[in-house]
Design a protein around this ligand. Structure first.
Ligand SMILES: Cc1ncc(COP(=O)(O)O)c(C=O)c1O
Length: 391
Protein backbone atom coordinates (compact mmCIF):
# COMPACT_ATOMS: atom_id res chain seq x y z
CA UNK A 1 0.00 0.00 0.00
CA UNK A 2 1.37 3.41 -0.97
CA UNK A 3 -1.12 5.25 1.26
CA UNK A 4 -1.62 4.85 5.01
CA UNK A 5 -5.25 4.43 6.01
CA UNK A 6 -4.39 3.27 9.53
CA UNK A 7 -3.23 6.74 10.49
CA UNK A 8 -5.40 8.32 13.17
CA UNK A 9 -6.25 11.94 12.43
CA UNK A 10 -7.51 14.36 15.05
CA UNK A 11 -10.35 16.20 13.29
CA UNK A 12 -11.66 18.07 16.32
CA UNK A 13 -11.62 21.85 16.10
CA UNK A 14 -11.85 21.91 12.29
CA UNK A 15 -15.58 22.59 11.99
CA UNK A 16 -16.24 18.93 11.27
CA UNK A 17 -19.93 17.94 11.44
CA UNK A 18 -19.09 14.38 12.51
CA UNK A 19 -17.25 15.59 15.62
CA UNK A 20 -18.56 19.04 16.40
CA UNK A 21 -22.23 18.05 16.28
CA UNK A 22 -21.89 15.09 18.65
CA UNK A 23 -23.31 16.97 21.62
CA UNK A 24 -26.20 18.39 19.62
CA UNK A 25 -27.12 15.11 17.97
CA UNK A 26 -26.29 12.54 20.62
CA UNK A 27 -26.30 14.58 23.85
CA UNK A 28 -22.66 13.88 24.73
CA UNK A 29 -19.16 14.19 23.30
CA UNK A 30 -17.34 11.14 24.67
CA UNK A 31 -18.31 9.02 21.66
CA UNK A 32 -16.43 7.46 18.76
CA UNK A 33 -18.15 9.14 15.78
CA UNK A 34 -19.10 6.56 13.15
CA UNK A 35 -22.06 8.36 11.65
CA UNK A 36 -21.93 11.22 9.01
CA UNK A 37 -20.81 9.78 5.66
CA UNK A 38 -17.33 11.14 5.28
CA UNK A 39 -14.18 9.16 6.03
CA UNK A 40 -11.64 9.82 8.76
CA UNK A 41 -8.80 9.14 6.29
CA UNK A 42 -6.56 11.95 5.11
CA UNK A 43 -7.82 13.60 1.93
CA UNK A 44 -5.36 12.32 -0.73
CA UNK A 45 -2.09 14.29 -0.89
CA UNK A 46 -2.38 15.05 -4.63
CA UNK A 47 -5.66 16.89 -3.94
CA UNK A 48 -4.20 18.81 -1.00
CA UNK A 49 -1.16 19.72 -3.13
CA UNK A 50 -3.34 21.00 -5.99
CA UNK A 51 -5.32 23.19 -3.58
CA UNK A 52 -2.13 24.46 -1.92
CA UNK A 53 -0.61 25.34 -5.29
CA UNK A 54 -3.65 27.45 -6.10
CA UNK A 55 -3.48 29.18 -2.72
CA UNK A 56 0.05 30.31 -3.51
CA UNK A 57 -1.46 32.71 -6.04
CA UNK A 58 -2.47 35.98 -4.31
CA UNK A 59 -5.88 36.50 -5.99
CA UNK A 60 -8.99 34.41 -5.30
CA UNK A 61 -11.38 35.82 -7.90
CA UNK A 62 -14.33 34.40 -9.88
CA UNK A 63 -13.61 31.03 -11.35
CA UNK A 64 -14.34 28.91 -14.40
CA UNK A 65 -13.72 25.20 -15.08
CA UNK A 66 -10.57 24.44 -17.10
CA UNK A 67 -11.18 23.65 -20.78
CA UNK A 68 -10.67 19.90 -20.35
CA UNK A 69 -12.84 19.64 -17.23
CA UNK A 70 -15.97 18.00 -18.68
CA UNK A 71 -14.00 15.68 -20.92
CA UNK A 72 -12.06 14.54 -17.84
CA UNK A 73 -15.30 13.75 -16.00
CA UNK A 74 -16.75 12.02 -19.09
CA UNK A 75 -13.63 9.90 -19.52
CA UNK A 76 -13.71 8.87 -15.85
CA UNK A 77 -17.36 7.79 -16.16
CA UNK A 78 -16.72 5.87 -19.38
CA UNK A 79 -13.58 4.14 -18.13
CA UNK A 80 -15.07 3.17 -14.77
CA UNK A 81 -18.67 2.48 -15.70
CA UNK A 82 -18.71 1.97 -19.49
CA UNK A 83 -21.27 4.74 -19.92
CA UNK A 84 -20.45 7.08 -22.76
CA UNK A 85 -21.69 10.56 -21.91
CA UNK A 86 -21.50 13.69 -24.03
CA UNK A 87 -19.90 16.71 -22.43
CA UNK A 88 -22.93 18.83 -23.37
CA UNK A 89 -25.12 16.59 -21.16
CA UNK A 90 -23.24 17.72 -18.06
CA UNK A 91 -23.30 20.61 -15.65
CA UNK A 92 -21.86 21.56 -12.28
CA UNK A 93 -24.29 21.47 -9.35
CA UNK A 94 -23.52 22.73 -5.85
CA UNK A 95 -24.10 19.42 -4.03
CA UNK A 96 -26.40 16.50 -4.56
CA UNK A 97 -28.97 17.18 -1.86
CA UNK A 98 -29.20 20.74 -3.16
CA UNK A 99 -29.59 19.25 -6.65
CA UNK A 100 -32.52 17.16 -5.43
CA UNK A 101 -34.11 20.30 -3.98
CA UNK A 102 -33.67 22.05 -7.32
CA UNK A 103 -35.24 19.16 -9.26
CA UNK A 104 -38.18 19.14 -6.87
CA UNK A 105 -38.71 22.87 -7.41
CA UNK A 106 -38.27 22.78 -11.17
CA UNK A 107 -40.13 19.57 -12.07
CA UNK A 108 -42.67 18.85 -9.30
CA UNK A 109 -45.68 21.20 -9.05
CA UNK A 110 -46.91 22.00 -5.51
CA UNK A 111 -49.75 19.45 -5.82
CA UNK A 112 -47.51 16.73 -7.30
CA UNK A 113 -45.57 13.94 -5.59
CA UNK A 114 -42.16 12.32 -5.25
CA UNK A 115 -41.61 8.55 -4.87
CA UNK A 116 -38.85 7.12 -2.67
CA UNK A 117 -37.93 3.56 -1.67
CA UNK A 118 -37.12 3.33 2.04
CA UNK A 119 -35.11 2.53 4.02
CA UNK A 120 -33.18 5.21 2.18
CA UNK A 121 -30.91 8.22 2.67
CA UNK A 122 -33.15 10.58 4.68
CA UNK A 123 -32.79 13.78 2.56
CA UNK A 124 -34.71 11.91 -0.17
CA UNK A 125 -37.71 12.28 2.16
CA UNK A 126 -36.84 15.51 3.94
CA UNK A 127 -36.02 17.59 0.85
CA UNK A 128 -39.39 17.10 -0.91
CA UNK A 129 -41.25 17.41 2.41
CA UNK A 130 -39.36 20.60 3.25
CA UNK A 131 -40.46 21.94 -0.12
CA UNK A 132 -44.08 21.02 0.71
CA UNK A 133 -44.31 18.19 -1.81
CA UNK A 134 -46.01 14.94 -0.90
CA UNK A 135 -43.77 11.88 -0.60
CA UNK A 136 -45.01 8.47 -1.75
CA UNK A 137 -43.32 5.43 -0.21
CA UNK A 138 -42.49 2.21 -2.01
CA UNK A 139 -40.51 0.31 0.64
CA UNK A 140 -37.85 -2.16 -0.44
CA UNK A 141 -38.64 -5.83 0.20
CA UNK A 142 -36.37 -7.40 2.80
CA UNK A 143 -35.42 -11.04 2.26
CA UNK A 144 -34.52 -13.78 4.77
CA UNK A 145 -30.78 -13.33 4.18
CA UNK A 146 -31.06 -9.57 4.88
CA UNK A 147 -30.80 -8.53 1.24
CA UNK A 148 -33.31 -6.18 -0.40
CA UNK A 149 -35.10 -5.86 -3.72
CA UNK A 150 -37.48 -3.33 -5.29
CA UNK A 151 -41.20 -3.95 -4.96
CA UNK A 152 -42.55 -3.42 -8.48
CA UNK A 153 -46.04 -4.68 -7.62
CA UNK A 154 -46.40 -2.12 -4.86
CA UNK A 155 -44.88 0.58 -7.08
CA UNK A 156 -47.70 -0.02 -9.53
CA UNK A 157 -50.21 0.39 -6.67
CA UNK A 158 -48.81 3.55 -5.05
CA UNK A 159 -47.95 5.45 -8.24
CA UNK A 160 -50.72 7.74 -9.49
CA UNK A 161 -50.89 10.51 -12.09
CA UNK A 162 -49.69 13.08 -9.53
CA UNK A 163 -46.34 11.29 -9.10
CA UNK A 164 -43.71 13.20 -11.04
CA UNK A 165 -40.26 12.17 -9.76
CA UNK A 166 -38.72 8.99 -8.36
CA UNK A 167 -35.46 9.35 -6.43
CA UNK A 168 -33.15 6.37 -6.76
CA UNK A 169 -30.13 5.69 -4.55
CA UNK A 170 -27.74 3.84 -6.87
CA UNK A 171 -25.74 2.34 -5.17
CA UNK A 172 -28.17 2.34 -2.30
CA UNK A 173 -27.55 4.09 1.01
CA UNK A 174 -27.93 2.71 3.73
CA UNK A 175 -28.00 -0.94 2.59
CA UNK A 176 -25.03 -0.68 0.21
CA UNK A 177 -26.89 -2.29 -2.70
CA UNK A 178 -25.42 -2.24 -6.21
CA UNK A 179 -28.63 -2.47 -8.24
CA UNK A 180 -28.43 -5.04 -11.02
CA UNK A 181 -29.08 -4.23 -14.64
CA UNK A 182 -32.32 -6.21 -14.79
CA UNK A 183 -33.84 -4.22 -11.90
CA UNK A 184 -32.80 -0.92 -13.45
CA UNK A 185 -34.16 -1.86 -16.89
CA UNK A 186 -37.49 -2.75 -15.26
CA UNK A 187 -37.52 0.48 -13.25
CA UNK A 188 -36.77 2.51 -16.38
CA UNK A 189 -39.61 0.84 -18.28
CA UNK A 190 -42.00 1.58 -15.40
CA UNK A 191 -40.92 5.20 -15.00
CA UNK A 192 -40.96 5.85 -18.71
CA UNK A 193 -44.50 4.44 -19.01
CA UNK A 194 -45.71 6.55 -16.07
CA UNK A 195 -43.89 9.75 -17.16
CA UNK A 196 -41.76 9.79 -14.02
CA UNK A 197 -38.46 11.62 -13.99
CA UNK A 198 -35.82 9.48 -12.27
CA UNK A 199 -33.18 11.22 -10.20
CA UNK A 200 -30.41 8.66 -9.93
CA UNK A 201 -28.09 9.64 -7.10
CA UNK A 202 -24.82 7.84 -7.91
CA UNK A 203 -22.56 9.54 -5.37
CA UNK A 204 -21.31 6.18 -4.01
CA UNK A 205 -20.70 4.61 -7.44
CA UNK A 206 -16.90 4.65 -7.44
CA UNK A 207 -16.68 2.50 -4.33
CA UNK A 208 -18.09 -0.85 -5.46
CA UNK A 209 -16.71 -3.59 -3.19
CA UNK A 210 -15.94 -7.30 -3.35
CA UNK A 211 -16.01 -7.54 -7.14
CA UNK A 212 -19.41 -5.89 -7.53
CA UNK A 213 -19.90 -3.59 -10.49
CA UNK A 214 -21.89 -0.36 -10.49
CA UNK A 215 -24.40 0.04 -13.31
CA UNK A 216 -25.34 3.66 -14.12
CA UNK A 217 -29.13 3.90 -14.33
CA UNK A 218 -29.12 5.97 -17.52
CA UNK A 219 -26.86 3.45 -19.28
CA UNK A 220 -29.24 0.49 -19.15
CA UNK A 221 -31.64 1.48 -21.93
CA UNK A 222 -32.65 4.37 -24.13
CA UNK A 223 -35.77 4.71 -21.97
CA UNK A 224 -33.57 5.10 -18.88
CA UNK A 225 -31.39 7.71 -20.56
CA UNK A 226 -34.39 9.72 -21.71
CA UNK A 227 -36.26 9.79 -18.37
CA UNK A 228 -33.41 10.57 -16.00
CA UNK A 229 -31.08 13.02 -14.33
CA UNK A 230 -27.96 11.39 -12.89
CA UNK A 231 -26.05 13.02 -10.06
CA UNK A 232 -22.40 12.19 -9.39
CA UNK A 233 -19.46 13.58 -7.44
CA UNK A 234 -15.93 12.81 -6.29
CA UNK A 235 -16.86 13.91 -2.76
CA UNK A 236 -17.43 10.53 -1.07
CA UNK A 237 -14.75 8.56 -2.90
CA UNK A 238 -11.95 11.05 -2.36
CA UNK A 239 -13.10 12.40 0.98
CA UNK A 240 -13.67 15.97 -0.19
CA UNK A 241 -17.33 16.43 0.82
CA UNK A 242 -16.47 19.83 2.34
CA UNK A 243 -15.24 21.08 -1.04
CA UNK A 244 -18.72 20.55 -2.57
CA UNK A 245 -18.18 19.58 -6.17
CA UNK A 246 -20.87 17.63 -7.98
CA UNK A 247 -22.30 17.16 -11.44
CA UNK A 248 -25.54 16.31 -13.18
CA UNK A 249 -25.75 14.29 -16.40
CA UNK A 250 -28.90 14.73 -18.48
CA UNK A 251 -29.09 12.98 -21.87
CA UNK A 252 -32.62 14.20 -22.72
CA UNK A 253 -32.68 17.56 -24.49
CA UNK A 254 -36.02 18.78 -23.11
CA UNK A 255 -35.19 17.90 -19.52
CA UNK A 256 -31.79 19.50 -19.98
CA UNK A 257 -33.27 22.69 -21.36
CA UNK A 258 -35.57 23.07 -18.37
CA UNK A 259 -33.08 22.06 -15.68
CA UNK A 260 -29.93 23.68 -17.07
CA UNK A 261 -31.96 26.81 -17.88
CA UNK A 262 -33.00 27.12 -14.26
CA UNK A 263 -29.46 26.47 -13.02
CA UNK A 264 -28.08 29.07 -15.40
CA UNK A 265 -30.70 31.67 -14.45
CA UNK A 266 -29.84 31.23 -10.80
CA UNK A 267 -26.09 30.80 -11.32
CA UNK A 268 -26.25 27.45 -9.58
CA UNK A 269 -24.08 25.96 -12.34
CA UNK A 270 -21.07 28.11 -11.51
CA UNK A 271 -18.41 26.20 -9.55
CA UNK A 272 -16.60 27.87 -6.71
CA UNK A 273 -12.83 28.23 -6.89
CA UNK A 274 -11.78 24.97 -5.23
CA UNK A 275 -14.31 22.57 -6.80
CA UNK A 276 -12.70 22.05 -10.23
CA UNK A 277 -9.20 21.99 -8.74
CA UNK A 278 -10.00 19.21 -6.28
CA UNK A 279 -12.07 17.30 -8.85
CA UNK A 280 -9.42 17.42 -11.57
CA UNK A 281 -6.73 16.23 -9.16
CA UNK A 282 -9.00 13.40 -7.96
CA UNK A 283 -9.97 12.18 -11.42
CA UNK A 284 -6.56 12.60 -13.04
CA UNK A 285 -4.34 11.33 -10.23
CA UNK A 286 -6.65 9.39 -7.93
CA UNK A 287 -7.06 5.88 -9.33
CA UNK A 288 -4.36 4.23 -7.23
CA UNK A 289 -5.61 5.93 -4.06
CA UNK A 290 -9.18 4.91 -4.89
CA UNK A 291 -8.23 1.28 -5.35
CA UNK A 292 -6.24 1.15 -2.12
CA UNK A 293 -9.04 2.89 -0.21
CA UNK A 294 -11.62 0.40 -1.54
CA UNK A 295 -9.35 -2.47 -0.54
CA UNK A 296 -8.95 -1.05 2.97
CA UNK A 297 -12.74 -0.61 3.30
CA UNK A 298 -13.22 -4.25 2.28
CA UNK A 299 -10.85 -5.23 5.08
CA UNK A 300 -12.86 -3.12 7.55
CA UNK A 301 -16.13 -4.70 6.44
CA UNK A 302 -14.61 -8.15 6.89
CA UNK A 303 -13.43 -7.18 10.37
CA UNK A 304 -16.99 -6.14 11.31
CA UNK A 305 -18.37 -9.40 9.90
CA UNK A 306 -15.82 -11.60 11.71
CA UNK A 307 -16.18 -9.71 14.98
CA UNK A 308 -19.99 -9.75 15.04
CA UNK A 309 -20.13 -13.45 14.12
CA UNK A 310 -17.71 -14.40 16.87
CA UNK A 311 -18.60 -12.08 19.75
CA UNK A 312 -21.96 -10.40 19.12
CA UNK A 313 -24.03 -12.68 16.86
CA UNK A 314 -27.18 -10.76 17.84
CA UNK A 315 -25.86 -7.99 15.55
CA UNK A 316 -25.90 -8.97 11.88
CA UNK A 317 -24.04 -6.76 9.40
CA UNK A 318 -25.36 -6.76 5.83
CA UNK A 319 -22.30 -6.91 3.58
CA UNK A 320 -22.31 -3.67 1.52
CA UNK A 321 -21.79 -4.15 -2.22
CA UNK A 322 -20.59 -0.55 -2.38
CA UNK A 323 -19.32 2.20 -0.09
CA UNK A 324 -18.27 2.35 3.51
CA UNK A 325 -21.63 2.23 5.24
CA UNK A 326 -22.59 -1.01 6.95
CA UNK A 327 -26.25 -1.68 7.71
CA UNK A 328 -26.34 -3.45 11.07
CA UNK A 329 -29.40 -5.53 11.84
CA UNK A 330 -29.66 -5.28 15.63
CA UNK A 331 -33.13 -6.80 15.96
CA UNK A 332 -31.55 -9.88 17.58
CA UNK A 333 -30.86 -7.76 20.67
CA UNK A 334 -34.61 -7.54 21.31
CA UNK A 335 -34.52 -3.83 22.21
CA UNK A 336 -36.86 -0.97 21.39
CA UNK A 337 -35.33 1.75 19.19
CA UNK A 338 -34.97 3.98 22.25
CA UNK A 339 -33.14 1.22 24.14
CA UNK A 340 -30.99 0.47 21.11
CA UNK A 341 -29.89 4.09 20.85
CA UNK A 342 -29.26 4.19 24.59
CA UNK A 343 -27.08 1.08 24.30
CA UNK A 344 -24.97 2.50 21.47
CA UNK A 345 -24.68 6.05 22.83
CA UNK A 346 -24.68 5.87 26.61
CA UNK A 347 -23.29 2.38 27.17
CA UNK A 348 -21.01 1.66 24.20
CA UNK A 349 -20.07 5.34 23.70
CA UNK A 350 -20.54 5.11 19.94
CA UNK A 351 -22.25 7.55 17.57
CA UNK A 352 -23.89 5.66 14.68
CA UNK A 353 -26.87 6.68 12.56
CA UNK A 354 -30.15 5.50 14.02
CA UNK A 355 -31.67 3.14 11.42
CA UNK A 356 -35.08 4.71 11.84
CA UNK A 357 -33.75 7.95 10.34
CA UNK A 358 -33.94 6.18 6.98
CA UNK A 359 -37.62 5.30 7.43
CA UNK A 360 -39.64 3.09 9.72
CA UNK A 361 -38.26 0.10 7.77
CA UNK A 362 -34.94 0.88 9.50
CA UNK A 363 -36.32 0.18 12.97
CA UNK A 364 -33.97 -2.21 14.77
CA UNK A 365 -31.03 -1.20 12.55
CA UNK A 366 -28.03 1.09 12.96
CA UNK A 367 -25.78 2.43 10.19
CA UNK A 368 -22.07 2.06 10.83
CA UNK A 369 -19.49 4.14 8.93
CA UNK A 370 -16.33 2.05 8.47
CA UNK A 371 -14.40 4.81 6.66
CA UNK A 372 -12.18 4.75 9.67
CA UNK A 373 -8.74 3.63 10.83
CA UNK A 374 -8.95 -0.11 11.59
CA UNK A 375 -7.53 0.51 15.04
CA UNK A 376 -10.47 2.77 15.93
CA UNK A 377 -12.95 0.41 14.34
CA UNK A 378 -11.62 -2.51 16.41
CA UNK A 379 -11.92 -0.36 19.54
CA UNK A 380 -15.50 0.57 18.65
CA UNK A 381 -16.45 -3.08 18.19
CA UNK A 382 -14.91 -3.94 21.57
CA UNK A 383 -16.88 -1.14 23.23
CA UNK A 384 -20.06 -2.48 21.64
CA UNK A 385 -19.33 -6.03 22.77
CA UNK A 386 -18.73 -4.94 26.37
CA UNK A 387 -21.88 -2.83 26.42
CA UNK A 388 -23.99 -5.72 25.10
CA UNK A 389 -22.51 -8.13 27.63
CA UNK A 390 -23.31 -5.76 30.51
CA UNK A 391 -26.77 -4.82 29.23
C1 LIG B 1 -26.82 8.77 -1.21
C2 LIG B 1 -26.25 10.11 -0.85
N1 LIG B 1 -26.54 11.18 -1.61
C3 LIG B 1 -26.06 12.41 -1.33
C4 LIG B 1 -25.26 12.62 -0.24
C5 LIG B 1 -24.77 14.01 0.07
O1 LIG B 1 -24.28 14.61 -1.06
P1 LIG B 1 -23.99 16.19 -1.06
O2 LIG B 1 -23.07 16.44 0.08
O3 LIG B 1 -23.37 16.42 -2.39
O4 LIG B 1 -25.30 16.86 -0.91
C6 LIG B 1 -24.93 11.54 0.59
C7 LIG B 1 -24.12 11.75 1.80
O5 LIG B 1 -24.15 11.00 2.73
C8 LIG B 1 -25.44 10.26 0.28
O6 LIG B 1 -25.14 9.20 1.02
Amino acid sequence: MAYNFDKIIDRRGTGTVKYEMLKGMFGREDLIPLWVADMDFETPPFIMDALRRRLEHPVLGYTVEPADYWQTVATWIEEHHQWKVETEWMTYIPGIVKGIGMVVNVFVAPDEKVIIQPPVYHPFRLTPLGNHREVVYNPLVEHEDGSYSMDFENLEKVCDEKCRVLILSNPHNPAGIVWDRETLVRLAAFCSKHHLLVVSDEIHCDMALFGNKHVPFASVSEEAAQCSITFGAPSKTFNIAGVVSSWAVVPNKEIRKKFFGWLEANEQNAPHLFAPIATMAALKEGEKWRQEMVHYIEGNVELVERYCKKYIPQVKPLRPQASYLVWLDCRGLGLTQKELNDLFINKAHLALNDGETFGKEGRGFMRLNVGESRIILQKALEQLRKAIELN
